[in-house]
Each structure stands twice: as structure tokens, then as C-alpha cells.
Ligand binder design. Sequence first.
Ligand SMILES: [Fe+2]
Ligand SMILES: [Fe+2]
Length: 256
Amino acid sequence: MRVLFVGDVVASPGRKAVVKLVPDIIREKNIDYVIANAENVSHGRGVTQDDLAEMQEAGVNYFTSGDHLFWQRGTENIIDTLPIIRPANYPKRVPGTGHKLLTVGNKGTLLLINLIGRTFLNERLDDPFTKADEILSQYESSNPDYIIVDFHAESSSEKHALGFYLDGRVNAVVGSHTHVPTCDARVFPNGTLYVSDIGMTGNIDSVLGVKKEIILELYLTGLNQRFEWEYSGRNAFRSVILDLNQSKIERLDLEI
Ligand SMILES: [Fe+2]
Ligand SMILES: [Fe+2]
């Protein structure tokens, strides 16, 4: 079972990269299932049904998300109809679900879990470690063939800690949110595949997708700025390929 996991897809430059590259990658790398983090897919924050559909047509099967998921107006009303999960450790009253048991053709079942970190991000949320335990015990009887966790977090320490906590209990823990790819893809001692952050699929002549002039102004003045997303320049495609049977993880980073 070979899974392509694409990092935070940001606005139309990110979507364009997905549409252009994913069909060939599926063919050339023998990919069985494609997952993408979609928290920034529409106008840089949140998701729309149409934008997810555009990426599904290119071959993305399912989506994870993060802190920006509910940015577009009305998402909370349609979230249950979309092929996306939200971080599971939001309070119960938040719409949507944080885990999903998926069927991958004749390859078996894949439990996809989305969690969000608290350190430097949102201290009001539930403990992601305990939430992972709860979800895994909930699925014990259905015994999924494969389990992948997208840990959407700021702190590399928190990400490593969760990786070790789940080592041997899930097939992979992949990080998202920082928009910066890390070169620490590796296999943990008990077989879990790990990378701290897949990185951003989107415009790289920018600061994490936002026009660099705006972010410079933010740092030079200390005053909050209205974000605008960068649409001109080079786009990067950041991903990892997870071979869940052979316990191998490799980065796939491209530029268009
Ligand atoms: Fe993001
Ligand atoms: Fe995020």
C-alpha cells in the first residue's frame, strides 16, 4: 500500500501544482491512495466544495485539515458532506469528525486521523496524545489494516513526542501546519514512519504563501496586517510517499 501525502495546499498556486503533478505521480510511483492537507486550499484559508472537487479530479482521494478549516463562511454547515476530516481534539461541539475509516480498493482499510498540537498554537484544545489513545481504542474491534495520523502542529518537539508515543501503534505520523518542509523523514524504532512537516504546496516566492511585503511590514512595524496571498512566481509541491507494507518513507519535492 503506497500513499502519497501532500502538505498544506495553499490557494490557487497550490491547487494548480496538485492538478498538474498528481496524475503523473500516481502513475509513475504506483500510488494507491492520495491524501492532502486542505486547510489553506481556498483563498489561502479554509475550503470550498468546488476547490476540493478540483483536486479530487486530479486524483486526491481524501483530505485532512487544521486550524484554518472553518475560515470560509458556512463550512460548518456542509462539513459532513465533504471528503475531509478536522483535528479530532477540538471540543465535541465543533462540527465534523477527526477520524475516518476509509476503504482503499482491494488493499484494505485505512484509518485516517487528524490531530492538532497545542504548543504555540491553541492551548484551549484537548490533549492530542490522550485523544489518539481514545480513537485507537475506538477502532480496536474493526482492526484497520493501516493507520495514518496527520499531526497539525507548530512545535517540532510536540510532533516528535507524538511520533514516539504512537510508534508501533500506527503506520505513519506526518506533520503539517508550518509550511516548511523538514528533512527528518525516517522510521521510528518500532516501525512508524515519521516526518516533522511535509511542507507547503504553493507559492514559494512568498512568506509561507503570503505576499512577502506584507509580512515584512508586520515584522518592521509590529502592527497586524491584512494578509494577501502571492499568486506570481514559483510554486512548490511538497509531499511524502509512504510505503506502508515495506515501512519506507521518502520525500517528493518538486518545483513548477
Ligand atoms: Fe497551513
Ligand atoms: Fe495550520
